[in-house]
Design a protein around this ligand. Structure first.
Ligand code: SAH
Ligand code: SF4
Ligand code: F3S
Length: 456
C-alpha cells in the first residue's frame, strides 16, 4: 500500500447515526452503517467525534418532524466547534423528512450538507464524496426497486452482528392513502422484495447467530412475489419458507393492514409454531364514519370479525394496534365507538396518538379539526383503558411457563433478559441460559414493563 493510500485511509472516519420513527428506519440505519463501514466509517456514539452525523428522520406527526430541527440547532454548534479546530463535520438528513421536505431542509438549516431520501441510501458513499467537495446534495428521486437491488450487495459486505434478533425489510411503500398519513408520499408506492433475496438475507442472519427475525413493511402483509415453484406467494407462504431455515426459531412481521390479512396468513398463524402469537393490526378508530373519512376501507365490524377468525386459528394470539384520536369531525359518539372496540377486542399492547394534520394530506384540509384539549382528554381516556388491558394481560401470565428467547445481559448484575412470545422482556437469573437460548421460564411476578421469571 502506498503512503498516499495510508494517508487517505478512511479507517479513522467516524459516523454518528440517530434514528427516529419506525422499525424500517432502524433497519435502514443499520444498512447505511454497513454501507458506510465499507467506505471506512466506524460508528461512534459521541457527536463531537463524528466526521459525519446522520439523522434518519420521521415525518409521521408534526412533533416528530420538528424534533429534527431542534436537534439540528444543537448539532450546528458542535459542527462550528469542530470547524474551529480544523476538523470537518458533514451533516446528513435521511429518512422521511428528507423525502418530504428535500431542499427546504437546507434552506431552513444551512449547516446541512446532504439530504437523502429513504430510497437512496445505497448511493450514500458516492453522495458523501461530492458533499466532501463542498457541494450541497439533495438525493430524493430514485426508485425503490433500485434500493432493493442494492440491498444484497451491502448485506454481503458483512452483516454487523447486532444480537440474536433482527429486522428484515420485505416490502416498502404504501398504496393505501389513509387521509391522515404521509407514508405513501415519503416511502412511495408498494414494492415487494423478491423471495430469493429475502431468503438469502434470512439465511445470512441465521448463520450470524440470529434466532428471531421480524419481517418489516409499511404494509407487510401486502407482500407478494413469485415463489421458486413458479406460483404467486403471499406473506403466509413466505413465512412457511423462512421457517425452514435452520437456526431461525422465531418469526414475526409488522405492520399489517386489516385489508391484506388473507386466509393463507391466518393458516400460517394456525400451523406454524415459529410464527409468534402476536399481531400488530392497526385499526385507528372504532367509528365507521371516521374509518370512512380516513379511507381505511373497512368497518369496525369487519375488523372485529377478522380478529375473531385469527383467534379461532391461534387462540393464544396477543393483539396490538394503533389508534388516532381527534381525527377531523370525530364526535364524542365516534370516540365512544373507539373505546367500545377496544373493550371488545382486548389488546395486549397498543399505540395511540393525537391526530396531527400533515401538509399535503387530505385530512389536513378537512373542516371540523378537533380542539387540542379535546384530543388531550380523549387520548388520556383511551390510554388509561389500553394500559389497564396491557396490565391484565401481563398478570394473566403469572404462574404460567412460557418460552423466553435470551437476548442480552440485564441491567442489574446477575440478571439476563429474554423476550416472551408476546414481546415482553422477561427477567431471569443469568444461570438460566446463555444469549440465543430459548428457555422455559415460569412467570412469578409482573414488573413495570417486564415479567420476572424463574427457570421452569
Ligand atoms: N403502515 C402502518 C403504520 C403507519 S404509521 C399502518 O398502516 O398501520 C404508524 C401509526 O402512526 C399509524 O398506524 C397511525 O396510528 C399513526 N399516525 C399516522 N399518521 C398520523 C397522523 N397524521 N397523526 C397521528 N397519528 C398518525
Ligand atoms: Fe399510512 Fe394508511 Fe399506508 Fe398505513 S396503510 S402507511 S396508515 S397510508
Ligand atoms: Fe416515520 Fe417514515 Fe416510518 S414517516 S413512521 S419513518 S415510514
Amino acid at each position: 500500500m502506498s503512503d498516499e493510500a495510508v494517508a487517505a485511509s478512511p479507517a479513522a472516519k467516524k459516523v454518528f447515526v440517530r434514528t427516529y420513527g419506525c422499525q424500517m428506519n432502524v433497519y435502514d440505519s443499520q444498512r447505511m452503517t454497513d454501507a458506510l463501514a465499507a467506505d471506512g466509517y466506524s460508528p461512534t456514539s459521541e457527536i463531537g467525534d463524528a466526521d459525519l452525523v446522520l439523522l434518519n428522520t420521521c415525518h409521521i406527526r408534526e412533533k416528530a418532524a420538528e424534533k429534527v430541527y431542534s436537534e439540528l440547532g444543537r448539532i450546528r454548534e458542535i459542527k462550528a466547534e469542530r470547524a474551529a479546530t480544523g476538523r470537518e463535520m458533514l451533516i446528513g438528513i435521511a429518512g422521511c423528512v428528507a423525502q418530504a421536505e428535500g431542499r427546504e431542509i437546507i434552506r431552513r438549516a444551512p449547516a446541512v450538507d446532504l439530504v437523502i431520501g429513504p430510497q437512496t441510501y445505497h448511493r450514500l458513499p458516492e453522495a458523501l464524496k461530492r458533499a466532501r467537495g463542498g457541494e450541497k446534495i439533495v438525493e430524493t428521486d430514485y426508485a425503490l426497486e433500485d434500493k432493493f437491488e442494492h440491498l444484497p450487495n451491502t448485506a454481503r459486505t458483512e452483516i454487523i452482528k447486532r444480537g440474536v434478533t433482527a429486522f428484515l425489510t420485505v416490502q416498502e411503500g404504501c398504496d393505501k392513502f389513509c387521509t391522515f398519513c404521509v407514508v405513501p408520499y415519503t416511502r412511495g408506492s408498494e414494492v415487494s422484495r423478491p423471495v430469493a433475496q429475502i431468503v438469502a438475507e434470512a439465511e445470512r442472519l441465521a448463520e450470524a447467530g440470529v434466532r428471531e427475525v421480524t419481517l418489516l413493511g409499511q404494509n407487510v402483509n401486502a407482500w407478494h412475489g413469485e415463489g421458486p415453484d413458479g406460483q404467486e406467494w403471499g406473506l403466509g407462504r413466505l413465512l412457511f419458507r423462512l421457517a425452514e431455515i435452520p437456526g431461525l426459531a422465531r418469526l414475526r412481521y409488522t405492520t399489517s393492514h386489516p385489508r391484506d390479512m388473507d386466509d393463507a396468513l391466518i393458516i400460517a398463524h394456525r400451523d406454524l409454531p415459529a410464527l409468534m402469537p402476536y399481531l400488530h393490526l392497526p385499526v385507528q378508530s372504532g367509528s365507521d364514519r371516521i374509518l370512512k373519512a380516513m379511507n381505511r376501507r373497512h368497518t369496525a365490524a369487519d375488523y372485529v370479525r377478522l380478529i375473531d377468525r385469527i383467534r379461532a386459528a391461534r387462540p393464544d394470539i396477543a393483539m396490538s394496534g394503533d389508534f388516532i384520536v381527534g381525527f377531523p369531525g370525530e364526535t364524542d359518539a365516534d370516540f365512544e365507538a373507539t373505546m367500545q372496540l377496544v373493550r371488545d377486542v382486548r389488546y395486549a399492547q397498543a399505540f395511540s396518538f393525537k391526530y396531527s394534520p400533515r401538509p399535503g394530506t387530505p385530512g389536513a384540509e378537512m373542516k371540523a379539526q378537533i380542539a387540542e384539549d379535546v384530543k388531550d382528554e380523549r387520548l388520556q381516556r383511551l390510554q388509561a383503558l389500553l394500559m389497564e388491558q396491557q396490565g391484565s394481560f401481563a398478570v394473566s401470565l403469572v404462574g404460567r411457563t412460557i418460552d423466553a428467547l435470551i437476548e442480552k445481559p440485564g441491567r442489574q448484575a446477575g440478571q439476563i433478559v429474554g423476550r416472551s412470545p408476546w414481546l415482553q422482556p422477561v427477567i431471569l437469573d443469568e444461570t438460566a441460559g446463555k444469549i440465543g437460548d430459548i428457555v422455559k421460564a415460569r412467570i412469578i411476578r409482573v414488573g413495570k414493563a417486564s415479567l420476572f421469571a424463574q427457570p421452569a
